[in-house]
Structures are given as C-alpha cells and as structure tokens.
Ligand binder design. Structure first.
Ligand code: GLC
Ligand code: CA
Length: 552
C-alpha cells in the first residue's frame, strides 16, 4: 500500500530532477545496451548525488527511429531494457530511496508501426479506427504549420499507399500524429496513463503537447481545443491519482506556455524553454540583460504550478525561441564547427559548450539552481561529460555514461563493437579522463562540487518556492536577484557573467540591518547599511547569501 495520500502534493516544487536514458546508463546483462537492472544497480549513485526524481526517456517497444519517441506499444517495455517486472523492481527500488520516477509519454504521435496506425491504414475512410490519425486527400491542408525537423522533413504530410491518403506528422514522417478530434483517442491515452500510474509512476513528461489539435488558418500550435484535451487529462489524474504530476513539453514563448498551467487545472509543470538559451547568451555577452528580460516577460503562474529549468537535455540546444540575430551570434559563439548544428539548434553537451571551463559550468549551474523553478540535470553533466557530434542526429549527446577508466567506460562488459553507441574517447572528455570513479576519488572534482550544490539547494525551500526580484546594479556584467519565501527566508544571489573580476554596488537599502551569510562556506559578511553594498566577484564568481537578522 502506498502512503502517497499523506505526501506533500507539491513535492515537485522542491524536486531536483535527473534526466536519464536507461539505454545509456548502465548495462547489467552485458549485451551492450543499458537496462532497468543496470539503472537499479546505480540508484545508490543517484541517491548519493542528492537528486530526488528521475525522468526516464522512453522505454516502450519501438523501432527506435527516434530513440523511442516513436512508440509502437504504450503498455509494454522495450525488451532490450528488460521486462515489465524489471520496471516494477526499478520503481520499487527508486521509491525505497525516496526517488520519484517520471516517465516519458508521447501523446502527440505514435510510431507508424503501432497497431493503431496499422489498423487505421486498412480501416474504411471515415471510421473511428481510420480516424485515430489525421488524414487528408491532399497535402495542402494546414499550410500555416511550420516544419519542426527542418533538416529531414519537407512537409508535415506523408503519403500512405495503403490508405491511399496523406497522414499528418509534425515530426519525422514515421511518426503519424494522433487525432484528438476523435474522442476514442483520448480515451485510449487515459487507459495508457492508468496502466503506468497503477504501477506507481509519479508522473509523465508529456512530449510535444502544443500540437495535439490542428485547424485550418492557424499555425496548429497551442490551440484552445488542445487545452481542452489537457484539462480533461488533468481532471482524470486529479480524480483517480492524487499527488502525481504532469510536465508539459511546450517549446514556446512564455506567454504561449502560460496557458499550459491553466488555472492550476492543466499541467503542474512546464519547461521554461526561452530562458535556457538566454543563460548561454548572457554568458557569451557577459551581461545580464537577456536573463532579466526574459524573466520579466515571464507571466506569473498559479500557486500549485512550477517551471522546469534546464541547461541541456537529450535534444539539440534549441534556438527556436530567440531572434534571427541572436541565433546568428549563438551559432558562432557555441558552434564554430557547423557539424555541431542540427535543425534550429546546437547538438552539444554542457561541458564542451563551456569550453570545459569549470568556472563557467559552475556559474551556469548556480544560476540554474537558484532561478525560480525545479532544476533538471542531464545525465553525465554532473561529471562534465563530452559529446560526439559525428554520431548523427542527436546521438552524440546520448553516449554511454562514463563510470570508470575500464573497458567501455565501465558501462558494459560487452565487446566494444556491440555497444549501442561508441563511448566518448577523445583525449579531453574521453572516459579515461572523465569518469565517476576518478571524480569520486578527487575531492575537487565537478562531481563533488555538484553534489554539494544539490545538498545546499535542498536545505533552502526558497529556491523551489520563493519569489524573485532582480536588482539593477550599474555593472551589467553582474546578475543579482533576491529570492523570498515566507517571512524569514531570504536569499540574495549575485553572479559575475564576465571572465574578469568585477566590482558591484547593490542597492540593498530595504535589508539594512541584516547580515549576509554566504552559504557555501557559511561566512558572515559585513552588515547591510543604507549605503549601496559593495562586493567584488572573481571571474565567473557567484555568491548565495542568506540574509539573516543580526545575532545578539
Ligand atoms: C520531443 C523530444 C524529441 C523527439 C520529439 C519527437 O521534442 O524531446 O527527442 O524527437 O519530441 O517525438
Ligand atoms: Ca543490457
């Protein structure tokens, strides 16, 4: 029996999420592919890291033409990763360690190998079975919808010779979009959700939600009818599954993402896509404006809702939510080698994007951990893993986790040729240089640093729950904000975005009489007076100060 009813229903606000592809993490049966048993073996590592929630990339049966985002059966697991029983063992082992488990649910489309699609192709036109997907006699409908995978697709329509009709697909042409105008589709998807929630998963990342419904003369994104579907999903969850969570993947501007929270009756969480590239922009420009501007353009969200923040994920670093001019300089700054570019973005990991600078990695992580929202860490970024942009599509950021300097990076004992992907082996980021084991032995490693920062963040609820107010110091290389939660919980964050030392005067008049205590070292700073507060920051330096009442 579960004790979920007694849990804090807002647990996701204090969570630290770890995004993990099961395939890439650890291979327990040595067939070259990571599996559920392997992940179970590594749960102590994740628990020790301090994360509180795992987000598993798709594990369903799939032809794997889009790394599992092409699902061919929603109620089973891919045999490479194990069995449903293995998955249940994983859930139980995670829950024993107080780790929540989110799974991916691709609600917008399926694989063309899904039996629904196979049945739809041969079903009579106009029947419900046919209308599980979106069909048309011409490829001229919905011309105002953009193409998302511009490097591979020329149209959102593809011809099916069996049905003798075009079907609609917003992503790869082997991923037909489900038709939510057919009420049976939603009914089936709710059954799928029940299947996994019954087993005990704590929530879903809802992939590609802006595209559920299409209408002529619109761009077919974020339509009111799409929100009606999401509200129906939420109603179902609230009625049957308390304390579970829905996380929306909507790569949109803040004003267009806001409706995905509804009045607290749609998704509990949504990714903040626009802030992500702006963290990298601000670092490149050495000025805070891009971050402050986007945060000030971010509407407030209902009390029960939360932003999901990230630096990197399993996709390219998307540059869709920036202007053309900004995209140009971002490409130059972060992907001088055009091989790194994919669709509208950059397929690189955090450490290479930062030119492997510890200072820059730490700075961006400190911002990620202190802006309003729940941070998501992409597997391997906690040890500074590299990538291989020659692997095709986004596979270069999905390589085996580097556990040690042993064969196959300690990921698997299979023959190296048998691995689902080569390991990173270049001299800088290769597994002999970058791996968990050696970083465990090195107290100054990025792994130790990240673990400490996670611990620290978890001590202060204000980070996940508090408000934010930006300060406007004259020195624009300095990003400074105050996080506040309830009466006494006030944290001042100050970050130097520049490569050189910077001075800053902060207007802290309203906090006069309080003592800033730097929380990494628990160091007391001089009491705040009415005059501007003066600080110097080292290159890419940052401080988190708790503002305390003076001890007597
Ligand atoms: C989302 C996923 C991406 C996938 C796409 C199509 O954007 O993050 O990996 O390719 O949906 O399913
Ligand atoms: Ca395996």
């Amino acid at each position: 029996m579960s004790l979920r009813g007694e849990e804090d229903p807002l647990w996701y606000k204090d969570a630290i999420v770890y995004e993990v592809p099961v395939k890439s993490f650890f291979d327990a049966n040595n067939d070259g592919i990571g599996d559920f048993s392997g992940l179970i073996e590594k749960l102590d590592y994740l628990h020790g890291l301090g994360v509180t929630c795992l987000w598993l990339l798709p594990c369903f049966p799939s032809p794997l033409k889009d790394d599992g985002y092409d699902i061919s059966n929603y109620t089973d697991v891919h045999p490479s990763y194990g069995t449903i029983d293995d998955f249940k063992r994983l859930l139980a082992a995670a829950h024993e360690r107080d780790l929540k488990v989110l799974i991916e649910l691709v609600v917008n489309h399926t694989s063309d190998q899904h039996q629904w699609f196979q049945a739809a192709r041969v079903a009579p036109a106009g029947s419900s079975a046919r209308n599980f997907y979106v069909w048309s006699e011409t490829d001229q409908k919905y011309q105002d919808a953009r193409i998302i995978f511009i490097d591979t697709e020329q149209s959102n329509w593809a011809w099916d010779p069996v049905a003798k009709a075009y079907y609609w697909h917003r992503f790869f042409n082997h991923q037909p979009d489900l038709n939510y105008d057919n009420p049976e589709v939603l009914e089936q998807i709710l059954h799928v959700m029940d299947f996994w929630l019954e087993m005990g998963v704590d929530g879903f990342r809802l992939d590609a939600v802006p595209y559920l419904i299409e209408r002529e003369d619109t761009n077919c994104e974020n339509l009111p009818e799409t929100h009606i579907i999401l509200k129906a999903i939420r109603r179902h969850i609230d009625t049957h599954w308390p304390n579970r969570m829905l996380l929306a993947e909507a790569n949109q501007w803040p004003a267009d993402v806001r409706p995905y929270f509804g009045d607290g009756d749609e998704c509990h969480m949504a990714f903040h896509f626009p802030v992500m590239p702006r963290l990298f922009m601000a670092l490149h420009l050495e000025e805070r404006d891009p971050i402050v501007e986007i945060m000030e353009r971010t509407p407030s969200i209902p009390e029960t809702c939360q932003w999901a923040l990230f630096l990197r994920n399993h996709d390219e670093l998307t540059l869709e939510m920036v202007t053309d001019e900004e995209r140009d300089y971002m490409y130059l700054a972060y992907s001088a080698d055009p091989t790194a570019r994919l669709n509208v973005g950059i397929r690189r990991r955090l450490a290479p994007l930062m030119n492997n600078s510890r200072h820059r990695i730490e700075l961006l992580t400190s911002v990620l951990f202190s802006l309003p929202g729940t941070p998501i860490i992409y597997y391997g970024d906690e040890i500074g893993m590299g990538d291989d942009m020659h692997l095709g599509d986004r596979n270069g950021v999905r390589t085996p986790m580097q556990w040690s300097g042993d064969r196959n990076a300690g990921f698997s004992r299979a023959d190296p040729q048998q691995l689902f992907s080569p390991v990173i082996s270049d001299p800088v980021y290769g597994y002999q240089a970058v791996n968990v084991e050696s970083e465990e032995h090195d107290p100054a490693s990025l792994l130790h640093w990240t673990r400490n920062m996670i611990r620290l963040r978890r001590l202060f609820r204000v980070f996940g729950r508090g408000t934010i107010d930006f300060l406007q110091p004259a020195n624009r290389a300095v990003l400074a904000y105050v996080r506040r939660h309830e009466e006494d919980d006030t944290i001042l964050c100050v970050a130097n975005l520049a490569r050189n030392v910077q001075p800053v005067h902060l207007d802290l008049g309203e906090f006069a009489g309080l003592v800033p205590v730097e929380i990494l070292g628990y160091t007391e700073f001089p009491v705040i007076g009415v005059e501007p507060y003066f600080l110097t920051l080292g290159p890419y330096g940052f401080y988190w100060f708790e503002l305390q009442h003076r001890r007597r």
